[in-house]
Write a protein that binds this ligand. Structure first.
Ligand code: PLP
Length: 426
C-alpha cells in the first residue's frame, strides 16, 4: 500500500473506533426494551471487514482459514470448514453422508431420525439428499430428542440421527450414541443454536461424524450470515470442502483417489458440489467474535440462573427448563424458554401479549412441531407416534431474549414484569 493510502486507512480505522466508542448504536435493538437479540460486533469486526474491502481481498481466503482454525480449536474438533450459513452447514453434512466416497452412503428412501421441534433447514437438507425425515418426540425440559422415542422409531431403513441441540441444550449424547452404535447409524449434530454447549465435559459438535453451527446475526456470536461444519475426520472435512466449492478439489488437504484423464487439475470435478463459500468479511468477523464467546456465554448462564430461581415459585403455572446441566454438561441458553402449564389460569397468549406490551419481545420455540407446518406436505416423511411433548411446546411454550446485553437491570425488569402479571391471578 502506498503511504497516502496507508494514512487514509489508518484514519478510517480510528474513525470506526471513535464511532463505536460512543456506545450502543441508536436503533441497534429496535424498539423493544428487551429484544430477542442484539448485535454482537463492534469496531474490531467492522475494521477487519473494511481492511478486506480496502485491500480488495474479499473472497474466501486467509481470514476464513484463520477463523476455521480458531473454531476447530475452540470446539476441540480436528477440522472446521466455514460456509455461508448454518443451513448450508446442515446441507453439507447431509450431502457428505450420501457421497460415494463414504462407507455405506445414504440411498434415496433411507430414513433419518429428527426431532419434531427444530428449524426448517434441519429437515430440508435431508430432503435434498433424498432421505426421509422421521419426526420423533422431544424431551419437554430440554427440547431435545427423547432417546426412548428415538429407539422406538428406529426401523429397517433408519440410517442416521440428526441430533439438534435446541436452544443451547445438548442432546443426551450418551443415550443417542449408544443407539447409534447398536444400530450402526450415522450421527449429525445440528448445533446451530448451541455454540459452546457441553455434554459431560465435551463440547457439542464432537459427538457425531459432523456438526453444524450457524453464525447468523441473532446467534451467540455472528458473522452476519455464516456457518461452520466440524468433524474429526480429515476425509469428511475434505468432502465438505469440495461440496462447499463447486465439487472441485482446489482447497482439500488430500486429493481423492480419482484417476485424472488429463484434465486441468484446477478444473477437475470429482464430487457433487454447490457454491456455499463465505467471504473474507465473514471470516474477519469470526476471528474477533470467537474471542468474545465465553464471556457472552457467562452472561447468558448468569441470566438463566437468575430467572430460574426467580420463577421457581410459579412452578404450578410455568414449567421451567433446567437446561442440560451437571456432570460437566452446560447449556448456553439461546433464549430463555417458558412453558405455560396447561392448567394455568391464563393462556400463553395472555402472558406473551402482556410481556410484549412491556417491551419484552417473545417468540415461539423455533418452528414448533414441524408435523403441523404446511411445508411438510411437500416431501416424504414419517411421523413416529403422537408427539405429545412437541405438541405441548407448540401450543404452550415460548422464549424471550437472553443475550450478552442483558445484565442485572434488564433481568430484574423481566422478573418484575412476570411478577406483575402473576399478581393478576393471585
Ligand atoms: C437449529 C437450527 N438449525 C439450522 C439453522 C439455520 O441456520 P442459518 O440461519 O445460519 O441458515 C438454524 C437457524 O437459526 C437453527 O436454529
Amino acid at each position: 500500500m502506498t503511504d497516502s493510502r496507508h494514512a487514509i486507512a489508518v484514519q478510517i480505522h480510528a474513525l470506526v473506533e471513535r464511532y463505536f466508542a460512543l456506545g450502543e448504536v441508536p436503533g441497534a435493538r429496535g424498539t423493544a426494551r428487551i429484544p430477542l437479540h442484539v448485535p454482537s460486533y463492534g469496531a474490531e469486526e467492522v475494521n477487519e471487514a473494511i481492511a478486506s474491502l480496502l485491500t480488495t481481498r474479499v473472497t474466501m481466503g486467509e481470514k476464513v482459514a484463520r477463523f476455521e482454525a480458531l473454531w476447530a480449536q475452540y470446539i476441540g474438533a480436528g477440522q472446521a470448514v466455514m460456509v455461508n450459513s448454518g443451513s448450508s452447514a446442515n446441507l453439507i453434512a447431509a450431502e457428505v453422508l450420501r457421497s460415494p466416497f463414504v462407507p455405506r452412503p445414504l440411498r434415496p428412501g433411507d430414513e433419518v431420525i429428527v426431532p419434531a421441534v427444530a428449524w426448517s433447514t434441519t429437515y430440508f437438507p435431508l430432503v435434498t439428499i433424498g432421505a426421509v425425515p422421521v419426526l420423533v418426540d422431544v424431551d419437554p425440559d430440554t427440547f431435545t430428542l427423547d432417546p426412548p422415542a428415538v429407539e422406538a422409531a428406529i426401523g429397517p431403513r433408519t440410517r442416521a440421527i440428526m441430533a439438534v441441540h435446541l436452544l443451547g441444550n445438548a442432546c443426551d449424547m450418551a443415550a443417542l450414541g449408544e443407539l447409534a452404535r447398536r444400530h450402526d447409524l450415522y450421527v449429525i449434530e445440528d448445533a446451530c443454536e448451541a455454540h459452546g454447549a457441553q455434554f459431560r465435559g465435551v463440547k457439542v459438535g464432537n459427538f457425531g461424524q459432523m456438526g453444524a453451527f450457524s453464525f447468523y446475526f441473532s446467534h451467540h456470536i455472528s458473522t452476519i450470515e455464516g456457518g461452520m461444519v466440524v468433524t474429526s475426520d480429515e476425509k469428511l472435512a475434505d468432502l465438505a470442502r469440495t461440496l462447499r466449492a463447486h465439487g472441485w478439489q482446489r482447497d482439500v488437504r488430500k486429493k481423492l483417489d480419482v484417476p485424472n484423464p488429463g484434465i486441468d487439475e484446477r478444473y477437475f470435478f470429482v464430487n457433487f458440489g454447490y457454491n456455499l463459500r463465505p467471504t473474507e468479511l465473514q471470516g474477519g468477523f469470526g476471528v474477533h467474535q470467537v474471542d468474545k464467546l465465553e464471556e457472552f456465554i457467562r452472561i447468558r448462564r448468569e441470566n438463566a440462573d437468575y430467572w430460574r430461581r426467580a420463577f421457581a415459585r410459579y412452578a404450578d403455572r410455568l414449567r421451567l427448563s433446567p437446561g442440560r446441566e451437571g456432570g460437566g454438561s452446560r447449556s448456553v441458553w439461546f433464549g430463555y424458554p417458558l412453558t405455560v402449564q396447561p392448567g394455568a389460569p391464563f393462556t400463553r397468549e395472555d402472558l406473551t401479549r402482556f410481556l410484549e406490551g412491556k417491551g419484552i419481545e417473545t417468540r415461539p420455540i423455533m418452528a414448533g412441531n414441524f408435523r403441523d407446518q404446511p411445508a411438510i406436505r411437500l416431501f416424504p416423511h414419517r411421523i413416529a407416534g403422537a408427539l405429545p411433548n412437541a405438541e405441548l411446546i407448540m401450543r404452550q411454550a415460548f422464549f424471550f431474549g437472553n443475550h450478552h446485553a442483558i445484565g442485572e437491570t434488564e433481568r430484574a425488569y423481566v422478573r418484575e414484569c412476570v411478577d406483575e402479571f402473576m399478581r393478576r391471578f393471585a
